[in-house]
Design a binder for this molecule. Structure first.
Ligand SMILES: Nc1ncnc2c1ncn2[C@@H]1O[C@H](COP(=O)(O)OP(=O)(O)OP(=O)(O)O)[C@@H](O)[C@H]1O
Length: 133
């Protein structure tokens, strides 16, 4: 059987550093393409900008910045993994299958838990500021 033809732009470049740079390029392209297709991710982008603005406005501590950064990264990571799993599930099982549904539900559950954790961190860090305490 003939090998599938790989487009030239997808061939790994020569050299360790060029390959590393290319890998970063693929990763950024992944984030960018998910941002273009996923409404939830655009909402996370908006929420991230608001949270960073609030952090500067209220002058939160370094530890609070660390908690906010971890929370934001967890939500983004979970949403990106969810997007990847949805795409792979649609590719592998475009027809209804109980396992396809389970894969999507579990991936969505990961986003829900990450978002719940971020809401708790946000309430603990910004709640007292917003309530004027
Ligand atoms: N091929 C499938 N087989 C079985 N159940 C599926 C399948 N595709 C989707 N589902 C069920 O429908 C739900 C919604 O799937 P869908 O692909 O529409 O994702 P979504 O939750 O709308 O996410 P998004 O809004 O990010 O696209 C899944 O969580 C799953 O329970």
């Amino acid at each position: 059987m003939a090998e599938p033809k790989v487009p030239d732009r997808l061939r790994p470049p020569e050299g360790l550093w060029r390959r590393r740079v290319a890998s970063f390029g693929h990763a950024f392209r992944g984030v960018w393409s998910a941002l273009g297709s996923e409404v939830h991710l655009r909402f996370h982008a908006f929420a991230t900008v608001v949270v960073i603005g609030l952090g500067f406005y209220y002058g939160i501590s370094r530890l609070e910045w660390a908690l906010v950064a971890i929370s934001v990264a967890c939500v983004w990571s979970a949403e990106l993994m969810n997007t990847a799993i949805e795409a792979l599930t649609d590719l592998a099982s475009p027809e209804y299958h109980i396992l396809a549904g389970k894969a999507k539900d579990v991936a969505a559950g990961a986003v829900l838990l990450a978002a719940f954790g971020a809401v708790v961190v946000g309430a603990l860090v910004f709640g007292p500021h917003l309530l004027g305490q």
